[in-house]
Write a protein that binds this ligand. Structure first.
Ligand code: UGA
Length: 443
């Protein structure tokens, strides 16, 4: 099949474009960012992601994929157009739909034969309605075009693995023809007939397909992310109560999770959910509620609880770390391990709050960088250099490297031995270990 991916240098777009080419399709991947496109042509990926470099190299060499900035040609030459453009939030907190509007305009100008438009990025339901209505003014549904929602469930850090081993493929469309074309697109993945590097894992499990109408597919995506965010806010609150009543949240999770209705997946207390997706999707549901006069009180509560989590960490530092000229070491900048993404990261929020309060910050992350011009902020390339003369170390991201923290060496380097382990990574009991005052979450 001839495929184009609009927004093909972004997270979802790039992985989808490479995935499509490894399924034997002829792919044109387009993006407005010239620099990223040049780099992709030269096997340089714009993001750090496990297995991505090898997949990019492999596809450039062996599969049929082209990277370009010319989305018009891409639209003209393809049968199936995958939309993966971003919907960033502007400074007022509103969703910026300019990229969606540009794609709609390009489609209006360049559709000359039947096109299946596949919405991959999580676009607001109202934006997809806008796209459909605008195109319907000029073209006929089923004859000239169809729009289908095919949400992705890729996790950063595991996105390549998730693409090839999805828990489900959701197809939300309005015509039989469009649904059948998308099934045909996925056929090589369903049959595990893929042209990929050997080190990428492919499970032999059958992949279920969920067929729905268009808004249901969009709501599956929103509902899934909102539910995941809900689990995190829930367990963070339970952990806080555990601390107060002297319970141990790890035991509580284990005991609760044995009940198959509850399970213990995605139940790790932490510094609050970050990243580009969960908060954005909750806000979109709140916005959708406002649009239809339905107040999304539950979604708001999940967000509020998440905001509070960083403040609780700040308050703990203020109450525990006292004195003049205090240095706090922050371990981990990315919003979770195995990615260099710092968007919406709790760690970055904490650093900004601490700097406002007059603390000096030393940070370390194996992959992520926080480019901040501030005389009180320094990022180090080595974990132990970031601990020197520090009064408190705060583990914010669950990088494997931090699990093996050498407590003797750490104790020698630090001024005051306080560890705030906001990922329960070291899992020490609340007692003095190697001269440390150790605080985890929920114990
Ligand atoms: C999330 C969803 O998990 C994906 O299914 C979805 O496709 C993606 O958003 C998206 O919409 O594109 P992602 O944002 O990559 O994926 O990250 P998650 O692994 O879900 O983690 C989100 C945040 O929750 C991180 O800050 C993480 O540290 C935190 N978290 C996660 C916890 O605090 N505890 C947990 O048990 C799990």
């Amino acid at each position: 099949m001839k495929i184009s991916v609009i927004g093909g240098a972004g997270y979802v777009g790039l992985i989808t474009a490479l995935g499509a080419s490894s399924m034997g399709h002829e792919v044109i991947s387009t993006d407005i960012d010239k620099n990223k496109i040049n780099n992709l042509q030269n096997n340089i990926s714009p993001i750090y992601e496990d297995n991505l470099d090898s997949l990019l190299k492999y596809c450039n060499l062996k599969n049929n994929i082209r990277f370009t900035t010319d989305s018009k040609i891409a639209i003209k030459q393809s049968d199936l157009i995958i939309i993966s453009v971003g919907t960033p939030t502007n400074s007022k907190g509103e969703i910026d739909l300019s990229q969606v509007e540009k794609v709609t305009f390009d489609l209006l100008e360049n559709i000359s034969s039947y096109k299946l438009i596949v919405i991959k990025s999580t676009l607001p339901i109202t934006a997809v309605n806008m796209m459909k209505n605008t195109l319907s003014n000029k073209f006929k549904i089923d004859k000239d075009f169809d729009i289908i929602s095919n949400p992705e469930f890729l996790r950063e850090g595991r996105a390549v693995n998730d693409f090839y081993n999805p828990d489900r493929i959701v197809i939300g469309g309005e015509t039989e023809k469009s649904i059948n074309i998308l099934k045909e697109f996925y056929d090589p993945l369903l049959k595990k007939e893929l042209n990929i590097p050997k080190d990428i894992f492919i499970s032999q499990n059958e992949i279920p397909i969920v067929e729905t109408n268009l808004p249901s597919a969009q709501m599956i995506k929103y509902g899934s992310n909102a539910f995941l965010a809900n689990k995190i806010s829930f367990i963070n609150e339970i952990a806080q109560i555990c601390e107060t009543v002297d319970a141990n949240v790890n035991d509580v999770i284990e005991g609760m999770g044995i009940d198959p209705r509850i399970g213990n997946n995605y139940m790790q207390p932490g510094p609050g959910f970050g990243g580009p997706c969960l908060e954005k999707d909750l806000l979109a549901l709140v916005e959708l509620g406002n649009h239809y006069n339905l107040e999304a009180t539950f979604m708001k509560a999940i967000l509020e609880r998440n905001e509070r989590q960083v403040e609780l960490i700040l308050n703990k530092i203020i109450s525990e770390v006292k004195g003049e000229d205090l240095i706090v070491s922050i371990l981990g900048l990315s919003f979770k391990a195995n990615t260099n993404d710092i968007r919406n990261s709790a760690s970055i929020k904490l650093i900004d709050l601490l700097l406002d309060k007059g603390y000096k910050i030393k940070s370390y992350d194996p992959k992520a960088v926080y480019n901040l011009e501030n005389k009180n902020y320094n990022q180090f390339n080595d974990l132990y250099s970031s601990l020197e003369s520090s009064s408190c170390v705060v583990i914010m991201t669950e990088w494997e490297e931090f699990e093996g923290l050498d407590l003797n060496k750490t104790s020698e380097l630090m001024k005051t031995n306080i560890i705030l382990d906001m990922r329960n990574l070291l899992n020490l009991d609340k007692k003095n270990i190697n001269k440390f005052k150790y605080y985890g979450l929920g114990n």
